[in-house]
Design a protein around this ligand. Sequence first.
Ligand code: GLA
Length: 668
Amino acid sequence: MGSTGWLPGVSAISYGGDYNPEQWPEETWAEDIELMRQAGVNLVSIGIFSWALIEPRRGEYDFGWMDRLFELLHSAGIRISLGTPTASPPAWFFHEHPEARVVSRDGATLGFGSRGMASPSSAAYREASTSIARVLAKRYGSHPALAVWHVHNEYGAPVAECYSPASAAAFRGWLRERYESLDELNSAWGTAFWGQRYHEWEHVSVPAVSASVVNPAQRLDFARYSSDALLQCFVAERDAIRAECPNVPITTNFMAGTCPSVDLWKWVDEVDIVANDHYLIAEDPRNQVGLALSADLTRSIAQGKPWMLMEHSTSGVNWQPRNVAKRSGELARNSFSHLGRGADAVMFFQWRASRSGAEKFHSAMLPHAGTSSRVWSEVRSLGQGLRGLDEVLGSEVRAEVAILWDWESFWAQDLEWRPSEDLSHRERINAYYDRLWRDQLTVDFAHPEADLSAYKLVVAPASYLLTQKAADNLRRFVEGGGTLVVSYFSAIVDEHDAVHAGGFVAPLRDVLGLTVEEFLPLRAGEKVALTLDGIVGDVWTDDIALAGAEVVAAFEDGPAAGKPAITRNQLGDGSAWYVSTRLDADQLSVVLDGAYADAGLKRGDGPEDLELVRRHGAGADYLIAINHGTKPADLAAGGTDLLSGEQGESLKVEAGGVRLVRLNGPAV
Ligand code: GLA
């Protein structure tokens, strides 16, 4: 991340949302401002989809309405997150440059009337998007209301890949840089297979739909290239802005944990502040766990620094199969979970519900029902609650556990013709994360090649692609006293999706003290019993040959009957566990309790649905307690609840309630 720190001039938790006043007559704006004041709104994102209004024809600008909006917000003391409108180029742009449209994998050219339709590799789009960014920076870059730049919107959504001729040319350029010679490329892609050897660079292209499965190494490189192409678009806009406006931080709204196509480990070095959007899986009755995962992942991408929750929803969204509304108190629980996990800004999509367009059924801070509604009163009371939290700003979250997270591995695993369609990296990550969440252990996410020395326990639920460098990193971690837990179908391939020389798990063989000789996936619905009371796996088993590990549990039946199911290997000062079948979050305790003991970690002893996170400040520590259960819970820590002002040695958290407690005693 860049060095500009937090939003300049902001010393309170930011609160607000996307504000699209261009959808309303200007008479409404005064009412908006008055209601924002009532709700405690102090930051809004504007201009995200306003290109067609700001530049109605190429090179012709109309800033009148935006100038007036800037002044109105400024006079109300509301700061501005200024969007560059490049997620939605105007109709004139596509009319002039039909070649700039996205081409999908099956060859369809995407039409106008939506958003996100421009190819990241189009030179015309690059030129037009940097130009509008520059023009905006010139006009508003020194305005005192400007707090942050919000470049584009959700890179990677709705489409992350483009198969146009311009993309094919750019992909070739990217490959030439990566491999330098065709021989290197042929070797990395294993083109001897199915007669694909290339003799001319011009013959190399994008992995469009073909007769059968397309070369997996080519597809993996195309996923890398596509993420990089989007990043280049961001960097180009950022640099155009920075040249005019060097002192205002520049960010873009990520979708950590929900958009699989962008490798955010690479992006973080290019943004000044990390910002994230998160939407609940509405139908999941325990969706607070997925929310916590996304927030922890965002904080990890932000390298532990405070981050902005740029968007979430006050109630239902409009784009899921069933847009279940949030129930009373859920808006606050969600917001404080993000805040507890490091967010110093709590923002929504959007301020006022749209009457027209594709998102008219999406909830908003000010819903169609207006100020008499439940949602509005919860929005106001959240704003009031956040007002008393200035001292929390900048405090940080610490974790002793890390889960390995690598987009490249996920891209590779998601390709076709895997040993079982029931293998899902995300399902495994969710299950292990859920277990840790219920055990009230705060989790970071880490790239497998990152420095892991701060952690006592590292969990690898889904490391299908694991480089030799990452394996060496894990070995060092274990030898140095760390505890490692590795799930099945890990360390199978290298960075080119080629099976490791030496076979499955080869780079971790000495760490785990075993080898996997053959995959033994299970039939749909088939279950296998383990030699531990009541423990049953499904989806997967391995034929394991031990090479030093001890057997914690074996399979009682199924194709691997009599073979190891869960193992533990001592290496140096640490230990490494291997789990060769799918256990659900309940059953994972049989592995993780052992790993906690090895790591010297203690799981929380509160009720399972009491979410507890700590933020550490310069002068005090804060405990954020969110009760997702139906019974009140007592906190085992004394302090002052900054939301209610109550003090006590053991504060009660009501069912569905939230506490943010400044703990007694000095900061640790
Ligand atoms: C995304 C977008 C917003 C809006 C919301 C709706 O986060 O960034 O513009 O479409 O989804 O949930």
